[in-house]
Structure formats: structure tokens, C-alpha cells
Design a protein around this ligand. Structure first.
Ligand code: KIV
Length: 277
């Protein structure tokens, strides 16, 4: 299969539904690669699901570089997009360029994702000019949790819906190749999707987006600290893992593991052992 690029991703709008999942390491990236997923997002959600922080705010550029490089090594076909973590794109254009450059040079990401609307058009434009493709992210932008007053659905009122639509147009006009819409009413996401030429990728934004993204631990039932309404569990892997870990502990404790087939033998075992001093 051919490697997905930002160009082929963008051109897929209207041709097929796009699939994206978060990925944070090599093993999972390989499994998703083998499953035909179009794009892997090294999301800053890794701060919560991999590093155990209460939100995404403590995640650093170093964290993203390390995880992005691991994902890129496992992703022969999917597009690899890496999040710009909190305060890596909020301190001006030059700082944003430097940080995004590290995600591409060291993290081997093919594109970066940046939260924010019209206010961030200069950053998106500068990144695009520097040949760093940008995926936008509007609606519930988790890095703004303190300003938004929590994790809430966005764009519900007339004014908020208009602002979201204007922001979506501004992000596209600044050069973004795709746009994530998070926790937005389905009807508004459908309107934005039909207006834009670039694909929209929804998470809690209804079925009419051009594609969908989920956090992989959520869709496999592995992360029970939060249970957003928009998640469907496509597997009960958390339960399967708990069962396996428990059986392992029991087998070690009752002596049934390791068994003979897991052990190495010596040549002339009895003789060697009797001659050891
Ligand atoms: O960090 C992340 O996982 C994300 C998705 C929720 C879109 O930004």
C-alpha cells in the first residue's frame, strides 16, 4: 500500500470516509498500520492516557518528539500527524516554527496539529510556508480547558456557532490541509464540512464529518477515568488484559508457569550439575 500523504489525505474528501486513531508507540502504530487506518495522530492526549496527567497541559515538545518518532517507525502506510503541545504554538510565529520543526525533523511527523482558530492564522500560514503541513483543531480544544471552564460541547448558541464557522474558514484560508472538530453539535459540523474544501475529522461531531478520530484506549475500553458520550467501544481489551494479568499472577504463584516447554536444557545436565563447586 502507498504511504498516505497530506495531499492524498486532502484529496480523499468526498471520495471515502477517512479513518484516524491516536497512537503513541511503535507496537500500536504497527497494529494500526496492518489494519488499514489512514492516519495516526500522536495526540497530546498521551499526557492523560500514557503519562497519567490530569489534563494535556504538562506535555512537552520532548514528550511529543519521542512518541512521534516511535509511531513513525511503525507507520509504513498511514499519515503521521503530531500534536503541538500546550505553549509550543502560543508564543509567537518564530517559536511555533522552531517547535513544529522539531516534531518533523526529530519526530518524523508528516504534519502537525495545532489548536485554535483565526487568532492562529499567522502561525498556520508560516508553518505552511515552511512546508510543514497543518491540521487545525476547533470546537473543544483541550489545551484551553481552563479558559473554557471544563470539557464542554462547543458551538451550541447562534453566536458560538458563527464563530466556529468563521474560525474554520480562517484555518482553511491560512493553509491547513484538514481540520479536527471536537465536541461540536452534529448539525454544525455537517454545515462546516459542506462549506470547507478540506476534510473535517470529527470526534464527538456527528456522522457527517469527512472522517473520524478516537483515542485508541477509549475505543478499546482501556481507559475508564473519563467516559465521553461520543466513544463507542470496539473491543473490551482492558477487560481481556486484566484477565490475562490475573491469570499470569496466579500461574506464577501456583507454580504452573513456567512449565517444561518454557525452560532451556543443558547438555549432560546431571554430570555438569554434579561437578559444579
Ligand atoms: O490529543 C488528542 O488525542 C486529540 C484528539 C482528541 C483529536 O487531539
Amino acid at each position: 500500500m502507498k504511504k498516505m500523504t497530506t495531499t492524498s489525505f486532502r484529496e480523499a474528501k468526498g471520495q471515502k470516509k477517512l479513518t484516524m486513531l491516536t497512537a503513541y508507540d511503535y507496537t500500536i502504530a504497527r497494529l494500526m498500520d496492518q489494519s488499514g487506518i489512514d492516519a495516526l495522530l500522536v495526540g497530546d492526549s498521551l499526557g492523560m492516557v500514557m503519562l497519567g496527567y490530569p489534563d494535556t497541559l504538562p506535555v512537552t515538545v520532548e514528550d511529543m518528539v519521542r512518541h512521534s518518532a516511535a509511531v513513525a517507525r511503525g507507520a509504513s502506510t498511514p499519515l503521521v500527524v503530531c500534536d503541538m503541545p500546550f505553549m509550543s504554538s502560543q508564543c509567537g510565529v518564530e517559536d511555533t516554527l522552531r517547535n513544529a520543526g522539531r516534531l518533523v525533523k526529530e519526530g518524523r511527523a508528516q504534519a502537525v496539529k495545532l489548536e485554535g482558530g483565526a487568532d492562529f492564522a499567522p502561525e498556520i500560514r508560516a508553518l505552511t510556508r515552511a512546508s510543514i503541513p497543518v491540521m487545525g483543531h476547533l470546537g473543544l480544544t483541550p489545551q484551553s480547558v481552563n479558559a473554557l471552564g471544563g470539557y464542554k460541547v462547543q458551538g451550541k448558541s447562534m453566536g458560538a456557532a458563527q464563530k466556529l464557522l468563521d474560525d474554520a474558514r480562517a484555518v482553511q484560508d491560512a493553509g491547513a490541509f484538514a481540520l479536527v472538530l471536537e465536541c461540536v453539535p452534529a448539525a454544525l459540523a455537517a454545515r462546516i464540512t459542506s462549506e470547507l474544501e478540506i476534510p473535517t475529522i470529527g470526534i464527538g461531531a456527528g456522522p457527517d464529518c469527512d472522517g473520524q478520530v478516537l483515542v485508541w484506549q477509549d475505543m478499546l475500553g482501556m481507559f475508564d477515568r473519563v467516559a465521553p458520550k461520543f466513544v463507542r467501544r470496539f473491543g473490551e481489551v482492558g477487560e481481556a488484559m486484566r484477565t490475562a494479568f490475573t491469570s499470569y499472577a496466579e500461574a506464577v504463584r501456583d507454580g504452573s508457569f513456567p512449565a517444561a516447554e518454557h525452560c532451556y536444557n543443558m547438555e549432560d545436565e546431571a554430570e555438569v550439575l554434579s561437578n559444579l563447586y
